[in-house]
Ligand binder design. Structure first.
Ligand code: JFZ
Length: 445
């Protein structure tokens, strides 16, 4: 009797769990809902913090590409002190920049975990003089500031003894089901630990080395959305993510994905590299942000703290400079949607969510009035965002016998211009309505 009962109980439990699992997948909260905050956010701050900051060398890639031996790379563990780490001031600075979310590296390709992982021993608690879980206090500070939390996690781990790839020249093995299984267990174990932080976003990286099947990408997605149902996942999960992540290259055309984010460095490095002084200026970064906004995307801008936990002064200055502009122009940033085609306005534009306000971003000094072509709406009011000055406008060249709208000229006096990008709000009568037909020689006569 006993012998029959136990397998029966096991079988029913298994069945129940299975059904439950299937259900969990079917009831995934729709993307539109989960990604609503992300669509509105526009600016996030990426943080690449790891032992690579000790020597100031390429994050993980420096040993993978054999610029330094693995042993020497790992010696950096001994210099990673986090002595002046102040997650509260990090979170406050991120908030001051105008960012609505932040993504921190919990583990880069070098396999060094920044939290107290029970899986493996390669983490900042056990292997560095910092002797601390660096993620927990950051999570707390970020949530306190009301920012959304993103956790970066490298799927590939070039340090793990059971991971097949090690450096560009050396592989550990080609096929070994047993070792791969061990590695998979490790990855799932760490990911499960990360779900405890209840992140709003998982930012995967390193997926290119294995297939979706190998990573068990589908199962990873199911696990994360089961434990943290409202979360969102970037695209680097071999087809199982939610949104596109172009890297470094500012899109030329509006990306086809409805949800996207450009990740970009402030200089040329993701991690702290004191010799890299090739910083973009605040003005350039504001214009890059505006470019993303005009195409309906977000900018995820990277900072790279030093090994002691301080943020380099150049980066602090950029965040504060950004903060000046984002604070002044809030209404024309958060919650906006992609703008109108360049044929209508020779510059960046965006629209309010309800499409009744057209925002113009003027990133140069105009020689005369601004021009909007082919706008069918009546204009109710025009003002300078963050300043309030009402601007006068004139519709010129409208013919009573033609449907082609006149040219709308807006005067923009020098004294109301912003030193970086001036933003103008054009309040329309109704939703934006554009004339986009081919112009005929004579429409009606
Ligand atoms: C990846 C990481 O490798 C990089 O270290 C950083 O974290 C960035 C945000 O994401 O970027 C890549 C990935 C792959 C290549 C280059 C950059 N590649 O294959 O050349």
């Amino acid at each position: 009797m006993k012998n029959i009962k136990i397998p029966f109980i096991l079988a029913t439990t298994f069945l129940f769990l299975n059904v439950f699992n299937v259900n969990a997948q079917q009831t995934e909260i729709p993307k539109e809902k989960r990604l609503a905050w992300f669509k509105d956010a526009k600016l996030g701050i990426f943080i690449h913090w790891g032992i690579y900051a000790v020597n100031g060398i390429d994050e993980s890639w420096s040993f993978y590409n054999n610029y330094i031996s693995y042993n020497d790379y790992m010696k950096q563990l001994n210099g990673f002190t986090a002595k002046k780490y102040n997650p509260t001031s990090w979170a406050k600075l991120i908030k001051e920049s105008g960012a609505k979310y932040t993504v921190i590296t919990t583990k880069h390709h070098d396999g060094v975990a920044l939290w107290n992982s029970k899986f493996g021993t390669l983490n900042t608690v056990k292997k560095t003089p910092a002797k601390k879980d660096l993620i927990s206090p950051f999570v707390k500070a970020v949530k306190k500031e009301g920012l959304k939390l993103g956790l970066y996690y490298s799927l590939l781990d070039w340090s793990h003894p059971d991971y097949p790839f090690f450096t560009r020249k050396e592989k550990r093995y080609k096929e070994d089901t047993k070792r791969w299984k061990k590695f998979t267990k490790y990855n799932f174990g760490q990911l499960k630990e990360l779900t405890k932080y209840n992140p709003d976003l998982y930012w995967f990286d390193g997926d290119w080395e294995q297939s979706a099947e190998k990573w068990k990408a589908k199962e990873i997605r199911a696990l994360l959305l089961d434990k943290t149902p409202n979360t969102i996942i970037n695209s680097r999960l071999q087809g199982y993510g939610d949104y596109a992540t172009p890297e470094q290259g500012l899109p030329i055309r509006k990306p086809s994905s409805k949800f996207w984010e450009l990740c970009m460095t402030m200089n040329n490095s993701w991690g702290y590299q004191p010799t890299d002084k090739n910083y973009k200026t605040v003005n350039q970064i504001i214009r890059i942000l505006v470019d993303c906004i005009s195409m309906g995307g977000d900018l995820l801008l990277d900072i790279a703290p030093k090994a002691d936990g301080t943020i380099p002064k150049e980066q602090v200055a950029i965040l504060k400079g950004l903060g000046r502009w984002t604070n002044k122009h809030k209404e024309a940033i958060y919650g906006t949607r992609a703008g109108i085609p360049k044929q209508h306005f020779n510059g960046y534009t965006s629209l309010s969510k309800d499409k009744t306000i057209l925002y113009l971003y003027v990133d140069n000094k105009p020689n005369g009035p601004l021009l909007i072509k082919g706008l069918k709406n009546k204009v109710n009011r025009i003002w300078v965002v963050g300043n309030g000055t009402k601007l006068s406008h004139k519709v010129v060249g409208k013919q009573y016998w033609s449907h082609v709208p006149g040219m709308l000229y807006i005067d923009l006096p020098e004294k109301v211009q912003d030193k970086d990008v001036t933003v103008i709000a054009v309040l329309l009568q109704g939703k934006v309505d554009l004339y986009q037909e081919e112009i005929k020689a004579i429409e009606s006569n």
